[in-house]
Design a protein around this ligand. Structure first.
Ligand SMILES: Nc1ncnc2c1ncn2[C@@H]1O[C@H](COP(=O)(O)OP(=O)(O)OP(=O)(O)O)[C@@H](O)[C@H]1O
Length: 597
């Protein structure tokens, strides 16, 4: 790939700010290109632009991949490992790579071949010992940092990408693990791939593994060329270390404008006046160092005048490319790895595996069992034959309607905000259709969501002495199920439209409280101007259905003045909510842009 004069500007507080000022370079198949520079020099920005993931700023310059511009199908041939790559916490290493293989590898491969490819990657990356360990996260112990990085790389090399981009794959790792990862990148490149990686502070052993190097300083190019020729180049412009130094450390010092233990050229000495020097330690002339800004300007000038023009000429000469490759790269057709149904079933299984730990955690089970036992004891063998007993029992039915209207909203609300990063990442490489993800994600929770209410209902129903026939019990459970699915829809819609957990919980609390108050238990004779509110409340419809199941006809004292027929209106209202909220959630997910984090 080649890129010339890449510039990037963002609007900061109204005025444009230049992040990258004309960067040129290239990397060919078989090469590892390292992007180095101090923190904030623009490495990640450049990598993102080259990987087709530029942010909201304006990009100028030309970027070509084997002489062709970035195209849709190229997206599938690029692997991109970000700095804080997202992985599912509760999946094992093997599950993570297998699901990625099933979703990303082409349709021409069978399911078995895809699974084999995932296993090959596990062995290639030396992950066989931890293949059954959970990935883990902040609250769950899992694989080590180095293993996690290798899983992220594995996720991308699965698809055999022509171009692999990595943002700081070695940060936070010890030098041996870092070397292992860079050696791996080297091996991947030797297979005919182009690898471009940002790197923070490589050891000297690591530095020598790179074929090409781009050194950035404050968004400007200080060096582009072979990594092995970087030191001779800086020597040729009068900058060389005065003591034995790791070349990477020397280059970063220079890019930072720090010239301690570095000889500076006479041009820089002459150019800089005494007032531009910063005083260090004592007053002798030898202890004055050029300012960081002067060093930066000198290095940018030196590169521009001595190397840039020559290099740009080389870059602008097009590389030969076969017609077949050209056709693949320029084709704008989207290619999905699997059919819609397969995407749905893979995502469904992945969803269940990832979430079963949350749903079936002892904390949740204890919470539900404890609540149901307390309710059972409070309403122990309740008797609706007296007016007081009837009102008491209706209170229990209302509590059930509220409890199972409240709980699912607050679990579903986190679904999309939490998975936003993963969804963005996977959708960026066309792993699946949004509709397949949405349907799988919203249905994979159901079996788990409906498991706890059954336990709850069994305990409460029989302890409280509600109508003890199979039909009454099953109709009550069915009503609770409808309420849960409707409430879940509301949670999904709020989460998907706000994509921010704090805002979503605030809105959900207000909505759920309003629905609860409008539920027909506290105020039965609701003023006409506000009575429409209760028709939107799933608590209202659930409560009325539960009353209908227990007492037929429902005594007027328990319900509103509205005549209650066979319950079809309430069922229809709940079904309309189930569908309506989900459609709203889907549309929000499709159209709402995530807030910048
Ligand atoms: N969208 C943006 N809006 C405002 N500033 C931005 C934007 N994107 C990048 N920057 C700024 O551009 C500079 C370069 O950022 P970048 O993340 O590319 O640096 P980096 O070299 O990768 O740093 P590090 O090594 O610390 O990750 C930073 O000062 C950053 O704040």
């Amino acid at each position: 790939m080649q890129f010339t004069e890449v510039k990037y500007r963002v609007a900061a507080k109204g005025s444009p700010r230049e992040i990258l000022g004309g960067i040129s370079g290239s990397a060919s198949p078989g090469e590892v290109l390292a992007l180095m520079g101090p923190s904030g020099s623009g490495k990640t920005t450049l990598l993102s632009i080259l990987g087709g993931r530029a942010g909201a700023g304006a990009v100028e310059g030309s970027i070509s991949y084997n002489d062709e511009p970035y195209g849709k199908s190229l997206k599938r041939r690029i692997g991109f490992v970000t700095q804080d790559d997202v992985l599912f916490t509760h999946l094992t290493v093997k599950e993570t790579l297998t699901y990625a293989a099933l979703l990303r590898l082409p349709r021409t491969m069978t399911r078995e071949q895809k699974k084999e490819r995932a296993m090959d990657i596990i062995y290639e990356l030396g992950l066989e010992r931890c293949q059954d360990t959970m990935i883990g996260g902040s609250f769950v112990r899992g694989v080590s940092g180095g293993e996690r990085k290798r899983v992220c790389i594995g996720n991308e090399i699965l698809i055999n990408p022509s171009l692999l981009f990595l943002d700081e794959p070695t940060s936070g790792l010890d030098s041996t693990t870092a070397l292992r990862i860079v050696q791996l990148l080297h091996d991947i490149a030797e297979d005919g791939k182009t690898v471009i990686t940002t790197i923070h502070q490589p050891s000297s052993r690591l530095f020598h593994k790179f074929d090409k190097l781009i050194l950035l300083g404050k968004g400007s190019l200080l060096y582009f060329g072979k990594a092995s020729e970087a030191m001779p180049y800086f020597q040729s412009i009068g900058c060389s270390p005065l003591i034995a130094m790791n070349p990477a450390e020397f280059l970063l010092d220079l890019a930072n404008g720090n010239t301690n233990d570095v000889s500076v050229p006479s041009e820089l000495d002459d150019k800089v006046h005494m007032e531009n020097y910063t005083l260090e330690n004592n007053n002798s002339k030898n202890d004055y160092r050029p300012s960081a800004q002067d060093v930066h300007e000198y290095l940018v000038d030196a590169y521009e005048t001595r190397v840039a023009i020559k290099e740009k000429k080389k870059l602008l000469a097009p590389l030969p490319i076969s017609d077949d490759l050209k056709a693949t790269i320029t084709s704008s057709k989207r290619e999905w790895g699997t059919s819609w149904c397969q995407q749905f079933s893979i995502l469904f299984c992945r969803g269940i595996k990832e979430r079963r730990h949350d749903y079936l955690s002892w904390m949740r089970i204890t919470q539900v069992i404890a609540t149901s036992i307390i309710l059972g004891l409070l309403w122990w063998r309740s008797d609706p034959s007296t007016l007081k007993g009837l009102e008491d029992q209706a209170g229990l039915l209302f509590f059930i309607a509220v409890f199972w209207g409240f709980f699912p909203v607050f679990t579903a609300i986190f679904t999309f905000p939490q998975e936003r990063a993963m969804l963005n990442k996977e959708r960026a490489v066309d792993m699946y259709k949004l509709s397949a993800y949405f349907l799988a994600r919203t249905t994979s929770d159901l079996p788990l969501d409906l498991f706890l209410p059954v336990i709850f209902m069994v305990i409460v129903y029989f302890m409280a002495g509600l109508k003890a026939t199979a039909t009454h019990f099953f109709l009550s459970v069915l009503t609770v199920f409808l309420s849960i699915i409707a409430a879940q829809g509301l949670g999904l819609a709020i989460g998907a439209s706000l994509l921010d957990i704090k805002k979503a919980t605030t809105l959900a609390s207000v909505t759920v409280m309003t629905f609860m108050l409008a539920g027909g238990f506290f105020v039965k004779r609701v003023p006409a101007f506000i009575s429409w509110l209760r028709y939107l409340s799933f608590n209202y419809h659930t409560y009325r259905l539960l009353l209908k199941v227990q007492y037929d006809p429902v005594p007027e004292i328990l319900t509103t003045t509205k005549h209650m027929d066979n319950g079809a209106t309430e069922v229809a209202a709940l079904v309309a909510m189930i569908i309506g909220y989900r459609v709203l959630a889907y549309l929000s997910l499709r159209w709402v842009k995530p807030p910048s984090s």
